[in-house]
Design a binder for this molecule. Structure first.
Ligand SMILES: [Fe+2]
Ligand SMILES: [Fe+2]
Length: 491
């Protein structure tokens, strides 16, 4: 099989040297493939509706070919490599990554090589031959290459999917690397929350079964090691605020629930409740939700209805199973505040439910630390915790708040910090001893002489011979300024 691609034995898995421009081009390519593959399922290859998408994709492909000489997209495990560098998932790109992986894997195609610039016909033919392949047929890559040859498309070659031993046989959560699972669960949950909210907005039937499944996986991960998902909450996505916010609030809430000793079942209920806490906002017009200026009284009135609207929506979600009062009340309560000075206004005084109190803390923290349209520079985690502590008895359950501070730490996971030794560190794990919340475990990020990042895990409570701390945090740094890729340490 001469046409098969000579694959290199070693593919460097590190994304260390991946420059961000290349990464952007790569993400763009994957998105374009995703769109083309989907469209080819709707229209036949001659349809004019394809034209625009083909042109856009050609532009992306040929720009890349011009720059790098060729394009090699290869699947290794659950990763996509572009010219031997691993492409990292992004929140926006995750669906496209997944689609490409599933579609290629299904057809046992693991690699595509473009040896030069393509023209419209070549790209069109390529997509339609690919999508017409039978699922699971061993000879697909050979057949594909033969067809390409027959049609004189010599600048394209494909290779078969290489199935590693790990992938063969049943593949359970335990066998996969937890961090990888965490990443997938996180991005998939954001995508699913988005789907549910879009369905509710469009008055369609909302399917929450997938969300329930994902929450169960998240609970499993939180029980195993809470720092994995907590680390993901540091990815603040400005454009996808509502979805990202819902998932973050759920992660914080579940981590608190775990510390309160909740069972898996109750943790799942709490997770779903937190995930849907702002679902009532899907009925508020976007102009009001994203209004950069102060809201009018009428707009505030609309805003204040969202807990109640949320309850109505949740009561109508069929697949939620038996609707648990804890979940409904949790959504109703999440803006009541500890002294009941929040909203909705109550006719009879009651104590804010435990779910409500937990979500209130998680919600306030995430909202304050995330950039918004009307507040582009968010509070730093330290500032947010300080504000919350100031109003602790009015707004929050002070015991839960204390617990939350222990959870995220004064220096939350993923913060880039300057140490008094002039080293830089990334906060990796909070200190489990509450008296040392200011002294988390950090990973040092300064470079050795060869320019490689050191990955030494340091406990900041370590002292030297004289009893003084070896290292202390001086201040938090902006990771963008120092070109430190924080996600690399968590993803
Ligand atoms: Fe809310
Ligand atoms: Fe919220």
């Amino acid at each position: 099989m001469e046409a098969a691609i000579q694959s290199k034995k070693e593919i460097p898995r590190s994304a260390e040297k991946m420059d961000s421009e290349l990464s952007k081009l790569g993400n763009n390519l994957v998105t374009k493939f995703h769109v083309l593959m989907r469209i080819s399922q709707i229209y036949d290859s001659k349809n004019v509706a394809l034209q625009q998408f083909i042109q856009e994709s050609l532009h992306a492909i040929n720009t890349f070919v011009q720059r790098e000489g060729s394009i090699r997209l290869k699947i290794v495990g659950d990763d996509i490599f572009l010219n031997e560098q691993r492409l990292r998932y992004s929140v926006e790109g995750f669906t496209s990554f997944k689609y490409l992986l599933t579609q290629w894997k299904k057809r046992l195609i693991g690699e595509v090589l473009y040896k030069g610039a393509l023209d419209e016909d070549a790209l069109r033919e390529f997509i339609y031959i690919l999508m017409a392949l039978e699922d699971g047929k061993e000879e697909n890559a050979t057949l594909f290459n033969e067809t390409l040859k027959e049609r004189h498309l010599s600048s394209i070659e494909v290779g078969p999917l290489e199935v590693s031993e790990k992938e063969e046989g049943a593949y359970t959560l335990e066998k996969e690397n937890s961090r990888e699972v965490g990443k997938k669960v996180f991005f998939e949950t954001i995508g699913t929350v988005k789907e549910v909210i879009t369905q509710i907005k469009g008055k369609q039937h909302a399917d929450v079964r997938k969300l329930k499944r994902l929450v169960r996986k998240a609970v499993h991960l939180i029980m195993e090691d809470e720092s994995i998902l907590l680390g993901m909450t540091t990815i603040k996505n400005y454009d996808e605020y509502t979805f990202n916010h819902s998932v973050n609030v759920a992660i914080y809430s579940m981590a608190m629930g775990r510390r309160l000793g909740f069972s898996r079942g109750v943790l799942s209920e709490l997770g779903i409740t937190a995930m849907l806490h702002d679902i009532g906002k899907s009925k508020i017009p976007l102009e009001v939700l994203n209004k950069p200026a102060a809201l009018t009284d009428e707009e505030w009135g609309q805003m204040k209805k969202h807990p109640l609207t949320g309850v109505e929506i949740v009561l109508n979600l069929k697949q939620l199973g038996e609707v648990n009062p804890k979940m409904v009340v949790g959504i109703f309560d999440h803006h009541l505040k500890n002294d009941l000075s929040g909203y909705p206004k109550l006719f009879h005084k009651k104590r804010v439910s435990l779910f409500g109190r937990i979500i209130q803390v998680a919600d306030a923290y995430d909202a304050m630390t995330t950039p918004r349209i009307y507040k582009k520079v968010p509070l730093t985690p330290e500032q947010a915790l300080a504000v919350m502590l100031q109003d602790r008895d009015v707004y929050f359950d002070s015991i839960l708040l204390k617990m939350f501070i222990g959870l995220v730490g004064v220096h939350p996971l993923g913060s880039l910090v300057l140490l008094d030794t002039h080293e830089m560190g990334i906060v990796f794990k909070p200190n489990t001893d509450p008296q040392w919340i200011e002294r988390p475990h950090v990973v040092l990020v300064d470079r050795d002489r060869r320019g490689r990042g050191k990955k030494e895990l340091i406990d900041l409570t370590e002292r030297n011979g004289g009893g003084r701390f070896k290292r202390s945090i001086v201040k938090t740094l902006d990771p963008n300024k120092y070109h430190v890729d924080i996600a690399k340490y968590f993803l």
